[in-house]
Design a protein around this ligand. Sequence first.
Ligand SMILES: Cc1cc2nc3c(=O)[nH]c(=O)nc-3n(C[C@H](O)[C@H](O)[C@H](O)COP(=O)(O)OP(=O)(O)OC[C@H]3O[C@@H](n4cnc5c(N)ncnc54)[C@H](O)[C@@H]3O)c2cc1C
Length: 398
Amino acid sequence: MSSNRVIIVGAGPVGLVAAAYLAGEGIPVTVLEAQKDVAIDLRGSTFHPPTLDFLDRFGITSKLIEQGLIAPHWQFRDRKQGAVATFDLATLAGDTNHPYRLQCEQWKLTRLLRERLDANPDTSILYGLRALGVEQTADEAIVTAEREDGSIEKFAARYVIGTDGARSNIRKAIGVAFEGITHPELYLTLSTTFPFEDHIPELAKIAYISDPDEWLVLLRTPTLWRVLFPTDPKVADEVLLSPDLVEARLQAVVPSPRRYDIEHKTAYRVFERICDRYVSGRVILAGDAAHLNNPLGGMGMNGGIHDAMNLGEKLTQVWRGADPALLGRYERQRRKVAVETVQAQSVRNRQIMNTRDPAERQTYYDELKRTAADREKTRAYLLKSSMIQSLRDLEGVT
Ligand SMILES: Cc1cc2nc3c(=O)[nH]c(=O)nc-3n(C[C@H](O)[C@H](O)[C@H](O)COP(=O)(O)OP(=O)(O)OC[C@H]3O[C@@H](n4cnc5c(N)ncnc54)[C@H](O)[C@@H]3O)c2cc1C
């Protein structure tokens, strides 16, 4: 295989968006994926407006919309008092072609991107190859990968993009620091067909529900409601995920004479971490490999896709002869967003959901109500929470 190509390690949403961008510019791409297929798992399920605008470039936004659920509003609630403020994303009609959030599982995106890449003769996705590390010479970067049978293969490329997720081997191989914190609580996600909308008045499809004792998030997907709770990490997984405990927690949200049906349940650790560098010579990080945040606000996958689009544009220019120093601008721009938008907002969202001080809680509710009642304030607020503002601010980062 010629080394005149880009190797992308990891066929998650971020790796495949980067692959689709570069392939669309005529750049040969090989994707190495550790698993035997692209993942079908219940992780990201919210697409923000600018992400849908970006994905239009690949002609797949309308297909995602067909498979998803449009959420025109999102809501902040108090668990005891009910709706505090509901935000209408139509306020962004002049700012985006998609003034809503799309609730759609991320695996539907990876499937659509894979179909598109499979149709391109200059692109290949190689499955069952786990990258172990990467080395660089002046002219190329060489990824060492292991097959399931233990055999080792090497792949050389002009550039390597590490989109191999939270435990990235590519990140470890280039030795960048990945500092940050681990949240004290676990997050428990339960998915059920129970119709919460019939039992909770004025419930939007996305609801952040604050409470001093136990906050939660309710997210509607096309077929299920997903319920996210913070959870004590000292409780063993088998207890935490036991049918009786799961049932008791859902009964406490809405009592039901019938047992809740649980289609999916998972508990996971949450981190806030950002790499100190995204670019190391010919090796570049993007997505979860470069930054991790809590899922409140749905910014992890969206931010990673924005990384991939920004990187795709700059790497295309470098491929065609621009100074490789341009990749430094990718790092400066996207790292700033990870620190100042994604992490700052995710941490703030968690603090608000968590606060036990009644005065602080009330002050926040009053501020939200004032924002929702004023069109210009709503627009400014939604530009930020929908990640549009973070993209506009990038122009100022040289
Ligand atoms: C419960 C939950 C809910 C979430 N909800 C949202 C949401 O609503 N909105 C949002 O924006 N984000 C959300 N996120 C975050 C989102 O899922 C991630 O940010 C997103 O998946 C990151 O994409 P990625 O492509 O960077 O990494 P991944 O999706 O982790 O993909 C990495 C890929 O690399 C492969 N891989 C790993 N190691 C290797 C290796 N050594 N060699 C080769 N391949 C390798 C993996 O198999 C995988 O296919 C959520 C996360 C969780 C856990």
